[in-house]
Design a protein around this ligand. Sequence first.
Ligand code: ATP
Ligand code: MG
Length: 354
Amino acid sequence: MSDFTSKKLSANKHAAPAKPERVPCWACGTSVGVSGMSPLDFAVCPNCGERVLVPTDLDQFRLTRFLGQGAMGRVYLAVDQTLNREVAVKVLRRAYFSSPKMWSQLEKEAKAAGRVMHPRVVQVYRLGKAENRPYIVMELVNHPTLETLMKSSAITLDAIRRIAVDVMEGLRAAEATGLVHGDVKPANILVDERNHAKITDFGLARFIHREQSVERWGTPYYMAPEKARQEQEDFRSDLYSLGATIFHVMADRAPFEGETGDEVIELALRDPTPYLSDFRKDLPKVFSKIVYKMMEKDPDDRFSSYDEAIEAVRGGRPIPETRRGIRSPFWARVRSFLVESPAESGIDSRRASR
Ligand SMILES: Nc1ncnc2c1ncn2[C@@H]1O[C@H](COP(=O)(O)OP(=O)(O)OP(=O)(O)O)[C@@H](O)[C@H]1O
Ligand SMILES: [Mg+2]
C-alpha cells in the first residue's frame, strides 16, 4: 500500500490514452467505435457482443477490460505501466467512501489486507484514488470464481476438498495477522484448472458494514448466526461461511433458502442446520459431518482451529466431539424441535428445506 493521490481520470504523468476513436475488441479483434464516450464507459462489440471498455488511466494503471461486477464496484483488467505487469483493479463505488473518516478506515483495512502474503490469498498491491473514486489494485487471477464454476459444472468431492483446504490455508495465514475475512462466499474464491483456490476481498465487507451502519452486511446464504445477531466475529464465523459455501456447491442449494435475505437469516438463526448427506446421499457421511461441524450454530461447537478443520477435510483425523458430545443428525433435529417448534414461530419451515 502506498501513496493516496487524488487525480483526474486519464490525467497522469504516463502517456494518457489519447481519446481513441476506435478500440479493438479484446475478444474478437473487431474495431469498435468509442468516440465521444467517457472513461470507464463501454461499447458493445457489433461482432461478438462483448463489452469493449474505453481505455482509462487511473494513475499508472491502464484499465483495458471489464472483468466483473460486485456490490462494491467493478473489477477491470489493467496494466501497471510502471512495472509493465497485468493486475486487477477494483474501482469502488464513490458513495461508500465520501467522508475522510471512511477513506482513512478503508486505508486501514486495505493496509491490513496488503500485509497478508500467501499463495492462497489474492495479494493486495495498492489503494489509490482518482476523481474521488477509490480503487484497489490486486494480483490478477485469470481463473473463474467458484460461483461461476458451480453454475456451469458439477464439482467433485476431491475438487471441493482441495478448494476448501486451500481457502482455509489462506484464511489461516490472514488470521495469524489478526484478520477475519467477513465475506467468504463462492464469488470470493478463484479456482484454477487443478482445483487450487485463492481467496479475495479480505475485510472489505466488514468495512462497509461498519461504515455504512448497514444492519446486516454480507451474503445471507453464508452468514454465521453470530454475525447475523451482530455479535463478535472471529475466524469461526469465516469457517461457518466456508461450510455454507461447500454445502451450496455440493447440494446445489444453500443450507437455508428463503424469498428474501432477511428470511434466509431468520431461518439460519431458527432452524436446525441441515446435513449435506440429506441432499447428496452419494457423498461419504463423514464429509457431511465435517461440513455440519463448520456450520454449527454455536461457534464453540465448530472446529477450534484451522489446523483441526484442515486435517478433518484432508481425512487425516477423526472429527472432534462438540462440547456437548457427538450429536447425531436425529438428535440434532429432536433437540431443535424441542427448543422451538416451527409451528409456533409462524414461519413455514418447508421453504427452508426445498
Ligand atoms: N483478482 C482478480 N483477478 C481477476 N478477476 C477478478 C479478481 N477479483 C475479482 N475478479 C472478477 O471480478 C468479478 C467481480 O468481483 P467482485 O469482488 O467485485 O464481486 P463479488 O465478489 O461478486 O461481490 P462483492 O462486491 O461482494 O465482493 C468476480 O466475479 C471475478 O470474475
Ligand atoms: Mg468479491
